[in-house]
Each structure stands twice: as C-alpha cells, then as structure tokens.
Design a protein around this ligand. Sequence first.
Ligand SMILES: [Zn+2]
Length: 203
Amino acid sequence: MKLVLQYEDKPMKRTVHVHQTDTIKDVLRLMKVKKGTLKLNGRPLTSNSTVRDNRLSSRDRLVLAGSRAVQVKPKVHTRTLPPGAPLGASSCMITLENNSPRSLMSCGHSIKPQSLFEYCLNEVRSGRVEWRCPYIDPKDTNPLFVMCGRVWDMEEVEQKACLSNREKLLFKRHIKQNVREKNRSCNMFQIKYRISRDTENVS
Ligand SMILES: [Zn+2]
C-alpha cells in the first residue's frame, strides 16, 4: 500500500510503500527520518502499532511532526594514489597542472588520476575498445600532431585512475559492449563486401 506523508514544517511530501504489518516505527525508517511523530488527524500514532492497527489507508492525510530528515550525502570517490604508486614528474598531459600527484603511465607520460578517469570514460563512451595515450609533445612542430598512442591496458587504468569497484565494472561493461558493436559492424561489412563481389562476378 502507498502512504503519502507530509512534513509538518516543510512543504514536502513523501510517498512510501508499506505493508499492513509494518509498524509506525518501520514507516518512519522508510521515510529516512531520525525522529518524529506520525499524526493522523492531529492524533499521534504510537511507534509499535502497525499500519493495520491504525487502519491506515492511502486516502489518509498523515503528517510528520518534529522530524529531522537524514541528509544523504553523495558518496564522493577520491582519487588518491596509494603510497608507493609510480609518480610522474612532468605535468598532467590533459590539464597541464603539476600541483597534485600524477600517475606515471607505462609509456612514461604523466596524468592526474581524475584526468585519466575522465579521458578513459569519454573514450569508451565514444565506442573505443581500448585506451591509447593521447600525449602530444608541446614542442612538436609536426602539423599532424603525432600522439604517443601507446595502449594502456585495463589493469593499468584501474590502478592509475584509482577506480572504485563500481567504475571498474562500468568500464568493463562499456568495453564489452563496444567490442560486440565493433564485431557486429565488421560482420556487416564482410557480408556487404561479399554480396557486392558476388554481384560483380555475376555481371
Ligand atoms: Zn604516452
């Protein structure tokens, strides 16, 4: 059953799904409030009584008095390199900053863990199936901008971008999907190529 609850002091409503056997205490827990009293038509409901005991229905106007909503802080994943991690001496190849630790990549170029994360995420979101170092020598006068291009493997990116378990899964899922897409378009190309060759042979 759905219960709509209103805060006494705030113009805020909350809907919770409850069972008949849930106690008022359970309802408050579902509302994620630390303390408070649920009132039905001004009458406070006792915490150990159930939804059924109080004959609550979704039509009832329940008001929560003296509550304090729990602040759910978004979990920020900090990208702090572990002690002993290889550090790059040159500035970050993306942001050009050198005021925070940079990871030293296997190709010898430096990048901040956050920049590495953002770059790699952007790459897989664009359909790439591998990561290549985008470093371009600022002193390079070649108009074609020859980039480093060394491939970084998953393990290296996981460590040097300080990925959380969730991010590791996200990256793996993206790569898997991109490989599948790539194989599909490759097969389509081969089929088209075969068809056009066969047609040429017939004519
Ligand atoms: Zn490189």
